[in-house]
Design a protein around this ligand. Structure first.
Ligand SMILES: Nc1ncnc2c1ncn2[C@@H]1O[C@H](COP(=O)(O)OP(=O)(O)OP(=O)(O)O)[C@@H](O)[C@H]1O
Ligand SMILES: [Mg+2]
Length: 370
């Protein structure tokens, strides 16, 4: 019998709300339908404002934003249910990641903050909602991220095959599946699209560099690339996770100010693409030199230039989209949060302590009954 779940995801790019309706009755998830729904425009602006300028926001504004974001998530889930033709009561649960506002796993005390009130999602949809996945892992001494490696292991691992999964969203995160009894490794490798997006928005007024076409017209600036590669996060050993708190437009401006001459905007875009590719490849070489296949997901999988760049650098490693392994790259993260909700309802852990650094496996999230 079908086990329908909905996964709701909005990552650091804040490009839209990904909704995936999936049947999880078998170990291999069966996607029923999926869509990215646009954020209400004023809400997207407010979320960007608070993420880019965290200290500019009042408690009242924060409370309103949490409520409005929860309502937007609920509306996205309801739209998906209507489109699917599946009755709401047939859906076991919604797994909602929430919108990350601040991720500080190395603060004392460590914390991570997502908004999008799950009470409202449960109330408006009438469906049991599982949310707040990251904080239990943080409470157990982990980074609270990345949480997708357990899902990657469940759906993409194969005995005897050393595979890596890279999700190129706002940030990029890697999962290394050894294909034997050794533990799965997973961590953020650094920025994915976030710096390319902000630079592109500033100079071309486009939300992102479609297919990497603009970057392709530029030339990599080694002096800038070296400055970017000096970021201490990149040398840090896992477990590690990052976000817009570390890699943001202001940090890029600081690196540009270190150069004797300002490069052309198009050359900066090209260098940012090389930066993302270099950090992914160096992380792979350092931690999984024997990888035979690289499966790519997240919006970055659509960046043709970035994909070509990775394939050329990773000579000898077969680089493909996760689509060849059963899940379209746009929906891996949303399906993962549907799967994590199922884990929670079944009382099973969702974290991998070897990945997050938590002291033990924990059942993630809180349950808001429908
Ligand atoms: N055709 C394309 N060409 C180039 N880049 C693209 C294309 N389509 C999507 N992208 C990039 O993908 C980004 C969105 O990716 P995605 O939704 O995976 O990120 P996210 O929401 O930040 O998720 P997360 O951080 O949780 O992984 C866009 O902001 C853009 O940079
Ligand atoms: Mg997205």
């Amino acid at each position: 019998m079908a086990e329908y779940y909905i996964g709701l995801m909005s990552g650091t790019s804040m490009d839209g709300i990904d909704v995936a309706l999936v049947d999880l009755q078998n170990p291999q998830p069966a996607l029923v339908c999926a869509r990215t729904l646009a954020w209400p425009e004023n809400l997207q602006q407010q979320l960007t404002q608070i993420v880019d300028h965290p200290s500019s926001v009042s408690l009242q504004a924060l409370g309103q934003l949490d409520a409005a974001t929860g309502e937007a998530f609920a509306a996205a889930a309801n739209a998906m249910i209507q489109e699917s033709g599946i009755a709401a009561k047939a859906i076991r649960a919604i797994g909602s990641h929430g919108q990350t506002l601040f991720h500080a796993p190395d603060n004392t005390p460590s914390f991570t903050t997502q908004c999008g009130d799950p009470n409202r999602i449960a109330e408006i949809t009438g469906i049991t909602t599982v949310a707040d996945f990251r904080r239990r892992d943080i409470a157990a001494g982990g980074q609270g991220a990345p949480l997708v490696p357990a899902f990657h292991q469940a759906v993409f691992s194969a005995p005897g095959q050393a595979r890596a999964i890279v999700n190129i969203g706002g940030m990029a995160n890697l999962t290394l599946l050894p294909g034997d009894e050794t533990p799965v490794i997973g961590f953020d490798s650094g920025p994915g699209n976030v710096l390319m997006d902000s630079w592109c928005r500033k100079h071309t007024n486009q939300p992102y560099d479609k297919n990497g076409d603009w970057a392709a017209q530029g030339t990599c600036q080694p002096a800038l690339l070296d400055c970017l590669l000096e970021h201490p996060f990149l040398k840090q050993a896992p477990p590690k996770s990052t976000g817009r708190e570390m890699f943001h437009p202001g940090w890029l401006d600081e690196q540009l100010d270190r150069l004797p001459e300002k490069p052309e905007a198009v050359d900066v875009q090209r260098t940012l693409l090389e930066f993302t590719a270099t950090t992914i490849c160096e992380a792979l070489e350092t931690h999984a030199g024997n990888t035979g296949q690289l499966l790519v997901c997240g919006g970055g999988a659509h960046n043709t230039r970035l994909m070509q760049n990775l394939s050329v650098r990773l000579d000898g490693i077969e680089t493909t989209s996760t689509e060849a392994f059963g899940i379209h790259p746009d929906w891996v993260e949303a399906v993962a949060f549907a799967w994590l909700a199922q884990q929670t309802l079944q009382g099973k852990p969702g974290n991998l302590p070897a990945v997050t650094g938590a002291s033990h496996p924990v059942v993630l999230g809180a349950i808001y009954p429908g």
